[in-house]
Design a protein around this ligand. Structure first.
Ligand SMILES: Nc1nc2c(ncn2[C@@H]2O[C@H](COP(=O)(O)OP(=O)(O)OP(=O)(O)O)[C@@H](O)[C@H]2O)c(=O)[nH]1
Length: 336
């Protein structure tokens, strides 16, 4: 094969890979984003989404090793974008808004890079005539063009999604703490319970002790600050697939899929320690709150949300009666 024929077969291969990477990356991105809403409450969907991302990412990586430096940079940007999106799925508790902003910024930078590189190549081609090297540039230009079109299509879509995400967040989250509202918590919990056939899951109800006294002694605003501190402590002490919500007033709930009664007890006791370590400072005054925690665990036998909730609630009641700042786990003997 002549050098020129070699070059053209390389170009054909590269074009194919560039198109493939563009398609898979965009497809993975769209699929991932489309599944985001459900992935946030369904770990199985999150796994599927991750698969889409990594297939796209793999193809992008292969394409970048075969392409020009400019395309390698482009592919790298796509890869970063994909990873950021992937990250969004696993940062269920953090505001996705920030991630969308980063993605959008990446896309804008990408569009500018494409535009300037494309212009430089175009000027070079116009001044020097067609040659083998310029033919390669031509392919680069084409892939840049395609990526820019994809970028242009993605930007308004991301905008719409982030707006929807914002309103969804406002509707499903508690204003004061940013945790799931009671309604959203129960909906997410039902989703998880229905999915985890025969699996273990534990429900923790966390209630601040003598919260009325905190309000009376330090004021309502200080009380609000205590609620915020507790929400942050609870969230940071849970895993990604646990869900945390504010049921109302000074009562919070955590649903932990896959957690047996013994482990739930360990986690809850660790939470008591963390809460003791994280006091709230309001107007230079340190406010130390304690909580009582009631736990109920499904042991694989079909358990409904109502059963689980009322069991955790009676366990909480017992913890309060036994002196507060305590963890108590529901046992069937409690019914007797
Ligand atoms: N600051 C603040 N207070 C609230 C909020 N929601 C409910 N509360 C207050 O929470 C207090 C709850 O008091 P109680 O139900 O008597 O419970 P408690 O004082 O924590 O007593 P135990 O639960 O028995 O330990 C009430 O004084 C409510 O006004 C809120 O969003 N912010």
């Amino acid at each position: 094969m002549s050098v020129t024929a070699h070059l053209y077969s390389d170009i054909a291969l590269f074009t194919l890979l560039a198109c493939l990477s563009l398609f898979s990356a965009t497809y993975a991105l769209f699929t991932g984003i489309a599944k985001y809403e459900h992935a946030s409450v369904q770990p199985k969907l999150a796994r599927q989404t991750r698969f889409f991302f990594f297939v796209g990412l793999g193809i992008v990586t292969v394409a970048s090793t075969l392409g020009s430096v400019a395309n390698a940079i482009t592919s790298l940007m796509m890869a970063v974008m994909l990873l950021l999106c992937d990250g969004a799925f696993y940062q269920q508790k953090k505001p996705v808004q920030t991630l969308f902003t980063v993605i959008r910024a990446t896309l804008v930078v990408h569009a500018f890079v494409m535009f300037f590189q494309g212009t430089v190549i175009f000027v070079q081609m116009a001044s020097g005539g067609e040659s083998d090297t310029q033919a390669l540039f031509n392919v680069t230009l084409l892939s840049h063009l395609l990526l820019t079109i994809a970028t242009a299509a993605l930007l308004p879509l991301l905008h719409t999604i982030s707006k929807k995400e914002y309103w969804k967040k406002v509707a499903n989250h508690d204003d004061l703490t940013g945790l799931l509202s009671r309604r959203a918590f129960i909906a997410s919990a039902l989703d998880i319970i229905n999915q985890q056939e025969n699996g273990h899951f534990s429900l923790l109800i966390v209630d601040i002790d003598y919260f009325k006294q905190i309000n009376d002694q330090y004021g309502h605003q200080a009380g609000d600050e205590v609620l915020r501190t507790l929400a942050t402590t609870l969230e940071s002490g849970t895993r990604d697939n646990d869900i945390v919500g504010r049921l109302g007033g000074e009562e919070f709930a955590i649903l932990m899929p896959g957690l047996s009664a013994d482990f739930a007890q360990v986690v809850a006791n660790r939470m008591l320690d963390r809460i003791a370590d994280n006091s709230t400072t309001f107007n230079d005054v340190d406010i130390q709150a304690t909580v009582s925690i009631g736990i109920a665990t499904s042991t694989g036998i079909m358990t409904t949300w109502d059963e689980l909730f009322s069991q955790a609630d009676s366990a909480l009641y017992t913890a309060k009666q036994r002196g507060r700042n305590l963890v108590f786990t529901y046992t069937p003997a409690m019914q007797a």
